[in-house]
Design a binder for this molecule. Sequence first.
Ligand code: ATP
Ligand code: MG
Length: 390
Amino acid sequence: MDSVLIRYHEIALKKGNRRYFIELLKRNLISAVKDLGIKEIRSLPARLLLTFKADYDTEVLIERIRSVFGVANFSMVERTPRDIEILRDRILESLDGSRFSSFRIDTQRGDKTFALKSPEINRQLGAAVKNQTGARVNLTNAELTVTVEILPRDAFFGFNKIAGPGGLPVGASGRVVALISGGIDSPVGAYRMMQRGCRLIFVHFHSAPYLDQTSQQKVRQLVTELTRCQFQSRLYLIPFGEIQRQIVAAVARPLRVILYRRMMLRIAEQVARREKCQALVTGESLAQVASQTLENMAVIQQAAQLPVLRPLVGMDKQEIIDQARRIGTYEISSIPDQDCCQLFVPKHPATRARLADVEQDESRLDIEALIRLGTTNATEEEFIFPAPAR
Ligand code: ATP
Ligand code: MG
């Protein structure tokens, strides 16, 4: 099978922007498979058709398309001439040896000038399949669906649908900065925003040389994994140890975590301005840890002008873990590391910080200088998927 038929749902609903969404989806699909010998991409009503030169690894292709947001589902399909007899013979040949008890034929006639109408095509092909295999026709719950597309130049057939990730094509909803630790939550939060069409710029704060480099290594691996969905990522690594040291020198223990978080947001916001991003994303989930009470979230949020998006806010830890497993980040996140926020903080941080107290503590610090310390010492790394050929 040398082609893939791609179906999209949600983008089809966005009437005014449809063309823009489809262009983005096409561009993203091409990025996802560009090293697999893609020949052409055609727009059909509510579908896209990708044709390949040949000789690609089907499993790799399926895995690639599975991570392109905006794809509702897809089928591997084969091209034939527009001749019902050839089509029938090719379908029967492909089904030779496969076992199924019920089936249906689903024909879309993209070319309305074709001599036979869809129900007639379904009837003729259905009779042939039934005759060869002995399987029953079942229109509502078939074990096997044979997809047929009649187009102006050629025809295609394929079997069954493979689920895509749904959502919107990356880029459709704008750019956001994702704050990513080495933990379980923030990669899942980042993924959920990508699924809603955001392109992410990643920011990680590390406490080297006070702590080891594991968190940076983990974040590189996490960003590599997430880049499968957006093809190109930039990661800002920001040294945070010296900033923490200055906070520790000026501030009593209970509020330190809140001050760390507020500094992270301020610095991330500088990155967002530079990268033309419209929001910040965190992996916070309500009441999961002491720093994530409503009171603390409110006080932390007020350090930033841009909206702070928290896609996991209403999720249970178990739901987050399950999703982390599905998207391939759980294993990486589970590698033990030293989290920068555990540096110089008490076991029981304040759960109900008050803005006035926090601002009082911050008045002892040169906040602007601390922001500059973060931004000027930041380093950038680029990630590309699929990896360019060496
Ligand atoms: P995670 O599992 O993502 O680490 P968490 O449940 O441990 O989250 P916190 O440690 O309170 O929660 O962090 C809350 C959020 O703040 C994180 O989800 C992340 O978005 C951001 N954050 C925390 N530490 C860092 C860091 N070192 N670099 C970048 N962002 C961070
Ligand atoms: Mg954490």
